[in-house]
Design a protein around this ligand. Structure first.
Ligand code: NAD
Length: 376
């Protein structure tokens, strides 16, 4: 039997430095009987030269050869979709919920699209494959470090002969995977940290990290399906925004991470809230995206200093800025998912399997995922 060939492309999104498979994973996948081809330069930005892939047993090829020869393309962000061919599979963070038209495009092209965004993350069997968590965890850490770097004062309480610096007050809005890591990191840097989330179960997680929990009296509670938040009504959202203004004005740093699956990120920090902050304060909007973010006026990939002296960082895709750690973690998620999908050296699509039912979006020219109109 001829084993499938897994191709690792060079990422093309601006600023993207991660690679989907690191050399260490190449050897392990070969043990599953898979062949690996790697586009020349794919790992360079994550400190993995072509020679390391060669030594691990992969073949280093040109982009054209990669797309021609690979049966499965593994990727961090969307691949060069135009280069994919019918019968080929692609595995990555494909952002299907942001743009269902993309899912249709892949189905029409006859591509089997497999997206980490659909993984049933609470299934214990899926946890080693949870790229959304591994990348959010890194992004949360980076957000706290970035905030500390951008803030022109200390995070910790510091007593020196030249005076005493009070600790920074940091508020983290949204306490999922990224938010909890941002809270823990800001705490380790010595800041006084407060966390907020609309899921009531987040309170225990926030306080167990040594942070205070912010309870709003308007307090909409918002647990939705699968452990995620639900979207608030317009009225609930307005009440939340208005009450947050007062709390935000007391902070030196605000880090926002709030998301609702399949929706635009909720606005938690209004223009009025930013206006209320002291000059020198910092806001890091991890939800900043082309769909909008948690902070009114933030723009993905841009840092804006308001007239009032508040620095607003549109910090999408922060894991890409820690490419070595992020690629290592992502690579083990890819390896675990491939290990689940491959039987006797072949990719076996079976949407009766709960993990596959979540991640497989298209197959054999059809949309198969019910969230995008598939028959389930
Ligand atoms: N292995 C597992 O069991 C596993 C793995 C990953 C995540 N999870 C759980 O999944 C859930 C979602 O995690 P995530 O990091 O992917 O979340 P996410 O990225 O979808 O959202 C980030 C956070 O924003 C919060 N949020 C949304 N709207 C908000 C609003 N209007 N105001 C305040 N906060 C708001 C959400 O409650 C969430 O905590 C969590 O319960 C997490 O513990 C479980």
């Amino acid at each position: 039997m001829v084993a499938i060939r897994v191709g690792v492309g060079r990422e093309t999104a601006p600023g993207e430095q991660r690679v989907a498979l690191v050399p260490d994973a190449v050897g392990r996948l070969r043990e599953l009987g898979l062949e690996i081809v790697v586009e020349s330069g794919a790992g360079t930005a994550a400190w993995h030269p072509d020679s390391a892939y060669g030594e691990a047993g992969a073949e280093v090829v040109s982009k054209a050869e990669l797309y021609e020869r690979a049966d499965v393309i593994v990727t961090v962000r969307r691949p060069d979709t135009a280069a994919l061919r019918a019968g080929q599979a692609v595995i990555g963070m494909l952002r299907p919920f942001a743009d269902p038209g993309y899912v249709r495009e892949l189905a029409v092209a006859g591509v089997t699209a497999i997206a980490f965004e659909g993984l049933p993350r609470t299934l214990s069997a899926a946890q080693t494959m949870d790229a959304m968590s591994s990348q959010d965890n890194i992004a949360g850490y980076k957000a706290a470090v970035l905030a500390a770097d951008t803030y022109g004062r200390f995070f910790p309480l510091l007593v020196t002969a030249a005076g005493t610096a009070r600790p920074a007050q940091v508020l983290v809005l949204g306490a999922g995977v990224a938010g909890l890591q941002a809270i823990g990191t800001a705490r380790r840097l010595g800041a006084v940290v407060t966390g907020y989330d609309i899921r009531p179960e987040a309170e225990g997680e926030i306080t167990s990290l040594g942070a205070q929990f912010l309870r709003l009296s308007a307090g909409p509670e918002g647990s939705g399906q699968g452990g995620y938040a639900r979207a608030l009504t317009e009225e609930e959202q307005r009440a939340q925004q208005e009450e947050l203004v007062r709390h935000i004005s007391r902070q030196d740093v605000v880090i926002t991470t709030a998301r609702v699956p399949g929706r635009r990120p909720p606005v938690l920090v209004t223009e009025a809230a930013v206006k209320g902050m002291r000059a020198g304060s910092v806001v890091v909007d991890m939800a900043a995206s082309d769909l909008g973010g948690n902070v009114e006026g933030s723009r993905p990939g841009e840092t804006i200093v308001t007239d009032g002296g508040v620095t607003v960082v549109g910090a999408s895709e922060l894991a890409a800025a820690m490419p070595a750690a992020a690629s290592t973690a992502y690579s083990s998620n890819v390896r675990a998912l491939l290990g689940h999908l491959v039987r006797d050296g072949a990719l076996v699509i079976d949407t009766d399997d709960p993990i596959q039912a979540g991640v497989v979006l298209t197959h054999a020219g059809e949309i198969v995922h019910p969230a995008f109109g598939g028959a389930s």
